[in-house]
Design a protein around this ligand. Structure first.
Ligand code: DGJ
Length: 461
């Protein structure tokens, strides 16, 4: 629901559901939005062994914390995601309450779960009463303005969903996923996949897709478009490669870095570029492009450490040097903390951390053709980095299974679960370059990746 709610003494706007069978509260109640006494509430109630006594899963947020009167003057979006795993209640993109479905069985010994039945949706503005409290007459007449209420049913997804590396991957609308050299950001229950939009002689910009489960992707947006302004660094005809997006919790901005080549200059400019957005799905606004500390910057990745420090890892010096530079606190610039990791003619860096080690997977430099991957390990982002050889195992491992590294994705909510992401480039039709995602095996401080033509997340413990 998108709505503007009235707030103040005695006003009690609500957006809620009740199950169609059994009496309250054994029928189950979900309060997607309740507001009274200066607090937003997101509640779920089940039955107990005492009639008319509910067991509440209740979370609140004060309107003052959300932004006070100025916040209340705006329209906001209240959202419920209710699926077989859990019920989640959001205001705008803030998750207020999440309760796993298996905790929502009535506490009366019956084993009945009222959230596995249809519910009614109710919208009303109540006045006064036990919860609203005394009414401030000056606030009347009060208005609860509802822009819309929408109900979506999730497409019935294939329970046997799996990753099929090297095959054509479509989004939920049936279009080929066009997000190459990409990276993934996990934010509030959603994965966002950013990558190069290919399909013309020139760069088409950066696409963003979203998914809850990593198998089914919804096309969201052209997150960053080349510019119509001829004078812009990203004017049409430029190259935008290997985009990565990170979230800055301090500034609440989504920050995109990518490898930029200026129009008509081949790969000579070798710049890092930065764009920013208030939303994960963009649109992103281009800010600037530069060579970090004067160094050439081609293939690149980003890495955010547990202390929220972020780093750009980049191929420099005609790709003969792999470097790492710490970003400023707002993630928009490179600092002077910039270090050579090793000289080894490598590109396509993908960095991740597990327990005490930082790992870096890179490719060799053979254009679009596949080559041997290499794994490095360190105990600090600045090194020293030790080579552990090729982590790709099995027959096609020596050529990275026909792919080139782009990102390593930590799977949210699973321990020790990382996905190696690579591109199997098709230089004749870059749009048809395929995605190779494979599970990473972590053992005794090292990394192993084996080919698997059909796998799913249950492979991880
Ligand atoms: C290899 C790089 O890894 C890619 O991102 C792209 O720049 C190609 N070279 C171009 O040949």
């Amino acid at each position: 629901m998108r709505a503007r709610i009235p707030v103040g003494a005695g006003l009690w706007p609500a957006f809620w559901t009740l199950g169609i069978q059994k009496e309250w509260p054994s029928n189950g109640e979900i309060d997607i939005m309740y507001d009274y006494k200066g607090h937003i509430l997101a509640n779920i109630a089940t039955g107990t062994d005492q009639r008319w006594n509910a067991h509440w899963f209740s979370q609140t947020k004060s309107i003052a914390d959300l932004g006070g009167a100025a916040w209340a003057d705006q329209f906001h979006i209240w959202r419920m995601i209710w699926n077989e795993d859990a019920i989640e209640l959001y205001v705008d993109d803030i998750l207020i309450n999440r309760v796993p479905l298996d905790q929502l069985t009535n506490r009366d010994g019956s084993g009945y779960n009222p959230f596995k039945q249809p519910h009614y949706v109710l919208l009303n503005l109540a006045l006064g009463g036990m919860n609203g409290g005394p009414i401030d007459a000056n606030l009347l007449p009060a208005k609860y303005e509802i822009d819309y209420v929408r109900v979506y049913q999730k497409k019935l997804l294939d329970k046997k969903a799996s990753f099929l590396p090297g095959q054509t991957w479509n989004d939920l609308s049936g279009q080929v996923i066009n997000a190459h050299g990409g990276g993934i950001l996990y934010q509030n229950g959603t994965y966002y996949w950013y990558g190069e939009k290919r399909g013309g002689a020139e760069s088409q910009g950066v696409n963003v897709y979203s998914s809850k489960d990593l198998y089914h992707w919804t096309y969201e947006n052209l997150a960053l478009s080349p510019s119509a302004d001829e004078k812009s660094d990203i004017s049409w005809g430029c190259l935008m490669e290997r985009p990565k997006v990170i979230y800055n919790a301090q500034t609440k901005k989504y920050v995109m870095w990518f490898h930029l080549e200026l129009k008509g200059k081949g790969y000579a400019a070798a710049r890092a570029a930065v764009a920013i957005s208030d939303s994960a799905t963009g649109p992103f606004r281009f800010i600037h492009s530069f060579r970090p500390n004067g160094n050439m910057s081609r293939d690149m990745g980003l890495f955010v450490d547990e202390d929220n420090r972020a780093y750009q890892i980049y191929s420099s010096d005609e790709n003969y040097a792999l470097r790492l530079v710490q970003l400023t606190d707002d993630y928009l610039q490179a600092t002077t903390k910039d270090s050579l990791l090793f000289r080894n003619h490598r590109e396509a860096p993908a960095m991740f951390k597990h327990d005490k080690y930082y790992y870096l997977i890179t490719s060799g430099c053979t254009g679009w053709a596949p080559n041997r991957a290499e794994l490095h390990r360190a105990t600090s982002p600045f090194g020293p980095w030790q080579s552990l050889g090729d982590p790709m195992a099995g027959p096609d491992g020596a050529l990275t299974f026909g792919g080139q590294s782009t990102f390593v994705l930590p799977v949210y909510g699973k321990k020790d679960a990382f996905i190696f992401m690579a591109d199997r480039w098709n230089p004749k039709n870059l749009l048809d370059s395929r995605y190779i995602w494979l599970p990473i095996e972590l053992k005794e401080g090292t990394v192993k990746v084996s080919w698997n033509s059909n796998w799913n997340l249950s492979i991880f413990q």
